[in-house]
Write a new protein. Structure first.
Lengths: 382, 115
C-alpha cells in the first residue's frame, strides 16, 4: 500500500499537516485559544509552563516546545509570546525545525490586538501549509509511540501483546517504535537488557529505572516495596517483574536499539525507550517531542487521554470498557482476551489501523479533542 | 474450541513460558482447562479452581526454577509446583522482592558494559 505524507524541509514526511500555536507561558494561552477558534487548521499546544522556571527546568520546557515544532505532523508554528525576550528564545528553538515560524508578543499588542495580528499570521501559515507537496511516506519513515493507561489484567494478557505484535510489524518494515513510562519498566530490566543491542544499552535500562526508584524514594514512595499492590495480587499479578513485563509488552519483542532521554528522537530504525514518566500527559509529550507520527494507547479500565497534533489510537481488550466507552475505543481486542482471535491476529488489526490512520483516517481522541499534554516540571517555581 | 466440559480457558503468551493465564471462566471449578498457545490448544487438568487473570503451571516446576511468562523470567518457584496447579504469591517469589537476584543481574549487566 502507498501512503501520501506531507513533505517537510528535513526528515520524515508528516501524516497530519497542522499549524501549531505554541504559547510561551500561561499569559499567552488565552490569546492562542482565541486564534485557534478563528483560524481553521491550527492546533493549540496547551501547557502552563514557561513562567517561574530556571535552569534545567526552563531548558526542558523550551527543548520540548522546540521538539514539538519539529514533529513531522507540524507544518508551521505560530509562537504566542508574552514579552519580547522569552518569545525570542522560543522562536529560536522553533526555527531550528527549518519550517515556517511566526510570532506575536502580547505585551506589544494587548490581548485583542494580539488575537487580530496572530490570527492574520496563522491564516497565512495555514494557507501556505495547505500547499505543501504530498510525497510518498515509506513505512521506514514512520515513528509510532506505544503508551498504556488505566491498565488492568486484560492489558497484559491481550491489549499490550496485541499492540506489541503490531509494533513488531513496524520494526520489520524498517520503521521506529518508541515507548517510555520509566516507572513501569521497573522489574522488567532483565528481559529488556537481554534484548538490548549491546551491553551499554542494557546497562542504561538499569540506570534509568534506578534513577526513577531513587526519585520516588526522595518523594517518600518505595516503588519496589509497593508493587505489586494488593489489588494487583488479587487480579493475579504475582511479582513486580510480571506487572512490568505486561506493560512493556506493548513495545513488542524486537531488539532494544537504545535508551533515549525525555523527548529525544530515535536515531534510527527499531525499538527505543525514552526516559520519561508514566502518566499519559507527560508520556505523550515525550513521544510528541520525539517525532512520533502516531501513538497507540492501550487501556484496561478506560482512559480517554489523547495528544495535541498526533492521532492517538485507543485499544482495549476489556469487553466491559469497550461497551462502556465505545466513543473512546478505536480497536476492541477483547476477542483476543476471549480466545476468539490470536494475539497475532489482533496485532494485524492494530497494524492495519496504524496504516489507515497514517493514510488520513482520524481517531476518536483526535475528533473528540482529547489533547491532554503536560511538560514535566523538574524544578521549584521561582 | 472450548467445549462444555472445560471449566476455564488459559492463554500462553510465549512458546518458552511454563505458565498460562486464565482468560475466560466457564464454571470456575476444578477440572479441565483449555490452554491456547497461538492457534494450538490442549487440555490441562486443574486440581483447584483458578480465578480470572491468575496463572497455572503448564508443566511440573521444581523449587528454585524460573517462572517464565512473556518468554521472560517473572520469578522463582519457592516449592515444587505440579502441572495445572495455581501459580501465585504462595509458591513464587520475585527476583526484585529479595533484591539478590536483581542485584546480581544488574551487576552482570554493568560488568559487561564496562568491558
Amino acid at each position: 500500500m502507498s501512503i501520501l505524507g506531507y513533505a517537510r524541509p528535513t526528515g520524515a514526511p508528516g501524516i497530519r499537516n497542522h499549524v501549531a500555536l505554541i504559547p510561551v507561558m500561561p499569559y499567552a494561552l488565552p490569546v492562542a485559544r482565541h486564534i485557534a477558534d478563528i483560524v481553521d487548521g491550527t492546533v493549540v499546544v496547551t501547557h502552563l509552563n514557561g513562567r517561574g522556571q530556571a535552569g534545567a527546568d526552563l531548558e526542558l520546557t523550551r527543548f520540548t516546545l522546540g521538539g514539538i515544532a519539529a514533529n513531522p505532523n507540524v507544518a508551521a508554528t505560530l509562537v504566542v509570546g508574552f514579552e519580547p525576550s522569552t518569545t525570542a528564545a522560543v522562536v529560536e528553538r522553533v526555527r531550528a525545525s527549518g519550517k515556517p515560524v511566526e510570532s506575536i508578543v502580547v505585551t506589544q499588542h494587548g490581548t485583542l490586538g494580539s488575537i487580530h495580528e496572530g490570527a492574520r499570521l496563522a491564516l497565512e501559515l495555514v494557507l501556505e501549509a495547505s500547499r505543501v507537496e504530498r510525497v510518498p511516506l515509506e513505512l521506514s519513515d514512520l515513528v509510532v509511540g506505544a503508551e498504556c493507561g488505566g491498565s488492568d489484567a486484560t492489558s497484559g494478557l491481550a491489549a499490550n501483546p496485541g499492540v506489541g505484535a503490531a509494533m513488531d510489524r513496524l520494526v520489520r518494515a524498517g520503521g521506529s517504535v518508541l515507548f517510555n513510562e520509566v516507572q513501569e519498566l521497573i522489574g522488567a530490566e532483565e528481559g529488556l537488557a537481554a534484548r538490548a543491542v549491546n551491553a551499554e544499552v542494557g546497562r542504561r535500562v538499569y540506570e534509568i529505572t534506578e534513577k526513577a526508584i531513587a526519585e520516588a524514594r526522595d518523594a517518600g514512595v518505595d516503588i519496589v516495596d509497593a508493587n505489586p499492590a494488593p489489588d494487583n495480587i488479587a487480579g493475579g499479578l504475582t511479582t513486580l517483574e510480571e506487572k512490568s513485563l505486561g506493560a512493556v509488552a506493548k513495545g513488542g519483542t524486537t531488539t532494544l536499539m537504545g535508551v533515549l532521554e525525555f523527548g529525544e528522537r530515535p536515531p534510527g530504525p527499531g525499538l527505543y525507550i525514552q526516559d520519561a514518566p508514566a502518566p499519559a500527559p507527560e508520556s505523550v509529550a515525550s513521544l510528541l517531542c520525539g517525532g512520533a507520527h502516531i501513538v497507540v494507547f492501550t487501556t484496561g479500565q478506560g482512559n480517554p487521554s489523547g495528544c495535541p497534533l498526533l492521532p492517538v489510537i485507543k485499544v482495549t481488550a476489556n469487553p466491559a470498557t469497550a461497551k462502556k466507552m465505545p466513543e473512546n475505543i478505536d480497536i476492541d481486542l477483547s476477542p483476543v482476551l476471549e480466545g476468539l482471535e490470536t494475539i497475532d491476529e489482533g496485532g494485524e488489526r492494530v497494524w492495519q489501523e496504524i496504516l489507515a490512520v497514517a493514510s488520513g483516517a482520524r481517531t476518536r481522541a483526535e475528533v473528540l479533542g482529547h489533547d491532554e499534554f503536560n511538560i514535566p516540571r523538574i524544578g521549584p517555581v521561582l | 474450541m472450548s467445549s462444555p466440559t472445560h471449566v476455564s480457558e488459559a492463554v500462553v503468551l510465549h512458546p518458552d513460558d511454563n505458565v498460562g493465564t486464565i482468560r475466560r471462566i466457564h464454571s470456575g471449578e476444578a477440572g479441565t482447562c483449555l490452554v491456547a498457545l497461538g492457534t494450538e490448544t490442549r487440555d490441562l487438568q486443574l486440581p483447584t479452581s483458578v480465578p480470572f487473570g491468575h496463572k497455572i503451571a503448564l508443566v511440573a516446576i521444581a523449587t528454585g526454577e524460573s517462572i517464565t511468562k512473556y518468554g521472560q523470567r517473572i520469578g522463582i518457584a519457592t516449592e515444587p509446583i505440579a502441572a495445572g496447579e495455581h501459580v501465585h504469591v504462595h509458591n513464587v517469589v520475585g527476583c526484585r522482592d529479595t533484591g539478590r537476584a536483581y542485584a546480581a543481574a544488574a551487576a552482570a549487566a554493568g560488568a559487561e558494559a564496562g568491558r
